[in-house]
Unconditional design. Structure first.
Length: 140
């Protein structure tokens, strides 16, 4: 199996409720390694760039507002098939549809405030990591 990297955000609803450690325990519990991590307060422009792919969606404005309103924790996760492994432990975007034991089932408040983001493909993982981390900040 391939060792891969993925990009993760612990969203404002998670940092507000002091869930960084609990979510990191879930991440590490499935064998993913947190090889970079920092707490940032996104500017509106950074949130718009990050979610540009959703620009035409009806929830875009609210999403950008939420993501730039409070601090988040951005991370790089590394492990076997990290992109899928993280999405599996994250659970479905809509927490009502998330499987038992997943981060979103246990912690998400709603579709918008769904506690975590994870990259959906290798290309987006590379782009998202590059937006937030320089090479020497990632220590595998
Ligand atoms: P995320 O994985 O960060 O990617 C896009 C985000 O938009 C998603 O998680 C949700 O937080 C948010 N969102 C809000 N409404 C919707 C929706 N109807 N469909 C998908 N994503 C939504």
């Amino acid at each position: 199996m391939a060792i891969e990297r993925t990009f993760s955000i612990l969203k404002p609803d998670a940092t507000r409720r002091n869930l960084t450690g609990a979510i990191n325990a879930k991440i590490e519990g499935v064998g993913l390694r947190i090889v970079a991590q920092k707490r940032v307060h996104m500017t509106r422009a950074q949130a718009e760039t990050f979610y540009a792919v959703h620009k035409e969606r009806p929830f875009y404005g609210e999403l950008v507002d939420q993501m730039s309103a409070e601090p988040v924790v951005v991370q790089v996760l590394e492990g076997e098939n990290a992109i899928k492994a993280y999405r599996d432990i994250m659970g479905a975007t809509n927490p009502e549809k998330a499987d038992a034991g997943t981060i979103r089932k246990e912690y998400a408040l709603s579709m918008g405030e769904n506690s975590v983001h994870g990259s959906d493909a290798p290309e987006t993982a590379a782009q998202e990591i590059a937006q937030w981390f320089s090479g020497n900040e990632i220590v595998g």
